[in-house]
Design a protein. Structure first.
Lengths: 361, 564
């Protein structure tokens, strides 16, 4: 299937407001600017109620923005109804038509477009092969497993070769194993077809696995946008740091600054961190340290105490008390002998690189 | 979370002008065929030489005859509701709690169905055959001379038998929904069977019982045919009085006033019933268990007693209908038992105009009522617009009002300018469509509640507009409601009489009216033959609808078909 003419998406100062029963205007989405490049897969990631689904539904045309402008390609679609926007939408609930077979579900968009029967039959057969549903064309949705229903939903959305593909938490109704499998599948399809895609999820691992770029949303705003790696390594806020992966957020005070290096007082200890920004001594900062960056040893510079140990197979998670701070520490591929047990005193070593500093607000 | 927020939003979709046109069209219909006739009825009742006055009403209330009719109507309705609800509860409880054998279950289902699809006075006619002066039981069996069938006992019994299936249908799902674990919990706490029934089962069923009671009260209050045949002169009730006032004494105004006397109790009952049904969740706490454990807690002597009672009642109903069939096939019931087809010959010769008219009207009403039902149901159940609830309520008015009021209102409203329909089929068709489509409306709303909005959004996202989405997705999903509406309108168009007896004319008459005429002329054979014919036609058409629906619905949508 050749790549269709894919279009970029632009959101210009888009807000979504509704009137609360008590009379106040509540904004579910506030003043969002967003550009999705043609062929890109961008994820809107955030907690429940952050406005990510509302944003997606506005791109689809299911809801109208209260302010701002939405572009698909170079067309202003702000006031265009959903059925004329040329989109494919995959719903959290799949929203398969229960009275139609798999074949008729997938053919629906083509029939609405009044394509010739032969063309429809060929396109449906091709897309069913593409999503791995050969031989199930005559089944009804109720006769399919959750994963198969998901595939039908995807097939139905892509067969019309939309300019834009939109996913609303498509994997949240599947079990963990299937979820991993399907997200790889969706990524493969998206790459193959090259359709510009916006994908909504609250699962950070899913977002990191699937996306070209992630837009992290909180409280109706996009708080940071970038590749998974950029967001993980250089979160711009404690919210992003905490939402993408796990992070220790330690309060620190700047003691001194030389070119390219900062000396900080953290948890009663002195820490040297590579840093391009110069801070005046006395400045308070958040020091973001990922759990896998901290090392533990029988003896070391900073004295800590193991509070708890959780064995998770490929890794062990420790909670370590260091001065008045509680640290999360992860050790991968833990050896059978030589771990630490609760109550044990250990030496803690904080890293000097791979640490993110954020101004304490 | 965010989806819940989205739900508050004004839905934006295509085909806005079409929707506006639909809403406007429905309003025009409701104004012309619901509000305008009522307004004219009120105008006629409260207007004396151009001045608004309560005087006619006060006069009516101070007339001892009318007061007696009102009192009789209320007492009759109370008795019928009490007896009918008890019988309905007996059937529902037995059906749900005693593991009925298949044969008995089918017998019960059939006897429940019969009164629902018969003309409302079928039971009354059979009562005359059974308990009348030449009645099978009174005369032939007991050897009584001049047995008196007319009066309170037979009217209450006949109405209770006619309407108890309504109570059964309202109570059965409720009794089924009381989780056995709730009762088990009560048993585990040491309650005796009777104690558990009294403290758990009965209180949980109470709102349902009240609902059933009110349904039957309203049905009896509005019933016109049974009292006309069975009440006799000693038991005047409001609907028959109003009818005689209008057709016997040509006193439209007096009839209007009398029919409006029914309005207050009918309205109170209607709103009380809505209130109870609105809180229905109360009794549907089933716990989480998926498969319900069988209820085995009924003592075996009680089980046999329940079976016996149900079978006796069912056998009595079957006996009444058998009597009707027998009476239709003999020369003269009670006098000459020679088998004959002459009664059928009569209805298929002299009766042909009535049969033709009724079938034509029923067949016109069916599609109109079916379409009207799903369109209004869709507007009310799916769309958000100002006045949505007003449409919902107004569309129910003609259904909720006693037929006498509706019939008198149509007679007054469409007799003169600006809209003259008297003497046409249209007035009967309009009466049936706006009176009996609410079944379709309510079934549509109930089915739509099960259709997630994302199903429609999926269709929009695939490029379909509002109309295409309705046609390709929504319509197939609410098809069972469409068929339920078709069935209800057809059954009522074949069997109803209360409202339309005011509206028949030389040009257009109805089988039910002919049956009533036959009864008053004491040509009982043709009356019985007409009744049997109606029942057979209704059974045939509803079975056909059922087959059609099964053929047109996807397998997983079938179970709920025609259950309402």
């Amino acid at each position: 299937m050749p790549a269709p003419t894919s279009a970029g998406i632009g959101l210009r100062r888009v807000s979504a407001g509704f009137r609360h029963p008590d009379g106040n205007e509540v904004l579910a989405v506030r003043d969002i600017d967003l550009d999705v490049a043609p062929g890109e897969l961008l994820t809107l990631l955030g907690p429940s109620g952050c406005g990510k689904t509302t944003t997606l539904r506005m791109i689809a045309g299911f809801q109208a923005p209260s302010a701002g402008q939405i572009l698909i390609g170079d067309r202003d679609v702000t006031h265009m109804p959903a059925n004329r926007r040329d989109i494919g939408f995959v719903f959290q609930s799949y929203a398969l038509f229960p009275h139609l077979t798999v074949r008729d579900n997938v053919a629906y968009g083509l029939r609405v477009r009044r394509k010739p029967a032969a063309e429809i039959a060929a396109a449906v057969a091709a897309v069913l092969t593409l999503v791995g549903l050969d031989g199930l064309a005559n089944r009804f949705p109720s006769e399919l497993s959750g994963g198969q229903q998901q595939r039908v939903a995807v097939a139905r959305a892509i067969v019309i070769r939309p300019r834009v593909l939109l996913f609303d938490e498509p994997l949240s109704n599947l079990d963990a194993k299937l979820r991993t499998e399907m997200r790889t599948e969706i990524q493969r399809l998206q790459r193959t077809l090259g359709i510009t895609t916006v994908y909504v999820t609250h699962d950070q691992e899913e977002a990191m696995a699937i996306s070209d770029r992630i837009a992290v949303m909180n409280d109706g705003r996009i708080v940071q946008i970038g590749t998974a790696e950029a967001l993980y390594r250089r979160p711009a806020s404690t919210f992003v740091a905490g939402f993408l992966g796990r992070a220790n957020m330690l309060p620190g005070i700047v003691r001194g600054s030389t070119s390219g290096e900062l000396t900080l007082k953290v948890a009663g200890a002195t820490m040297r961190v590579a840093c391009q920004t110069a801070y005046a001594p006395g400045t308070r900062l958040w020091v973001i340290v990922r759990p896998e960056k901290i090392s533990l040893a029988a003896g070391g510079s900073l004295p800590g105490e193991i509070v708890s140990r959780t064995y998770l197979g490929e890794k062990v998670e420790y909670v370590v008390r260091l001065a008045d701070q509680s640290l999360s520490v992860v050790r991968y591929d833990p050896p059978e002998e030589g771990g630490f047990s609760p109550g044990q005193r250990v030496g803690v070593t904080l890293p000097s690189t791979g640490v993110q500093l954020l101004a304490a607000g | 979370m965010s989806a819940a927020i989205g739900a508050r939003w004004q839905w934006r979709g295509a085909d806005r002008p079409l929707r506006l046109a639909l809403i406007a069209g429905i309003w025009i219909l409701l104004i012309v065929f619901v509000l305008y006739p009522l307004a004219r009825l009120f105008g006629r009742a409260f207007n004396e030489e151009g001045v608004f006055t309560f005087a006619p009403f006060v006069d009516a209330l101070s007339n001892p005859n009318h007061l007696r009719a009102l009192r009789n109507s209320l007492i009759l309705a109370t008795l019928v509701a009490a007896v009918g609800t008890s019988a309905g509860f007996l059937f529902a409880f037995t059906a749900e709690r005693t593991n009925l054998a298949g044969g008995i279950r089918r017998l019960l289902d059939f006897t429940i169905l019969l009164p629902l699809i018969s003309p409302p006075f079928t039971t009354s006619i059979a009562f005359v055959f059974s308990f009348g002066p030449r009645g099978l039981i009174t005369h032939d069996l007991l050897g009584m001379q001049d047995a008196q069938v007319y009066g309170w006992n037979s009217t209450v019994a006949a109405e209770a038998l006619t309407y108890f299936p309504l109570a059964f249908l309202a109570l059965r799902p409720l009794i089924a929904s009381i989780g056995s674990d709730l009762e088990d919990a009560a048993f585990s706490l040491g309650g005796s069977r009777w104690h558990v029934f009294r403290t758990v089962t009965l209180p949980l069923t109470l709102p349902g019982l009240a609902n059933a009671f009110l349904l039957l009260f309203a049905a009896s209050l509005a019933d016109f045919a049974t009292p006309l045949i069975l009440a006799g002169n000693g038991l005047p009730v409001l609907p028959t009085d109003a009818y005689l006032q209008i057709t016997g004494m040509f006193d439209l105004k007096g009839g209007a006033v009398l029919s409006l006397l029914l309005l207050a109790p009918a309205a109170i009952v209607f709103f009380a019933q809505r209130h109870i049904v609105g809180r229905r969740n109360y009794a549907t706490i089933t716990g989480k268990a998926g498969g319900r454990a069988p209820h085995r807690r009924i003592a075996s002597w009680l089980r046999y007693a329940l079976w016996l009672a149900c079978i006796a009642l069912a056998a009595f109903i079957v006996y009444l209908y058998a009597l009707l069939v027998y009476a239709s096939a003999v020369v003269a019931f009670g006098a000459d038992a020679t088998p004959t087809l002459s009664n059928y010959r009569v209805i298929f010769t002299e009766g042909i105009p009535a049969i033709k008219d009724t079938l034509i009207i029923a067949l016109i009403c069916m599609p109109l009522g079916g379409v009207y039902g799903i369109v209004v149901g869709y507007l009310v159940g799916r769309m958000r617009f100002a006045g949505r609830q007003a449409i919902e309520i107004v569309s129910m008015i003609n259904y909720a009002l006693p037929g006498t009021i509706v019939g008198a209102a149509y007679l007054i409203a469409f007799n003169d300018e600006p809209i003259v329909l008297t003497g046409t089929a249209s007035i009967i068709v309009a009466c049936y469509v706006f009176r009996y489509s609410p079944t379709g409306i309510r079934t549509t709303v109930a089915l739509l509640q099960q259709v997630d909005r994302s199903i429609e959004e999926a269709s929009f996202s695939l490029g379909a507009g509002g109309l295409a989405t309705f046609w390709r997705v929504i319509l197939p999903l609410i098809l069972p409601a469409f068929f339920a509406g078709l069935g209800a309108v057809f059954i009522r168009a074949m069997t109803a009489i209360t409202a339309t007896i005011f509206l028949v004319s030389i040009n257009w008459t109805l089988i039910t009216v002919r049956i009533l005429e036959n009864m008053t002329e004491l040509s009982l054979g043709p009356a019985a033959a007409f009744s049997v014919f109606v029942i057979v036609v209704v059974l045939a058409v509803t079975s056909l609808l059922d087959v059609l629906l099964r053929g047109m619905t996807a397998p997983e949508l079938r179970p709920s078909a025609l259950e309402t």
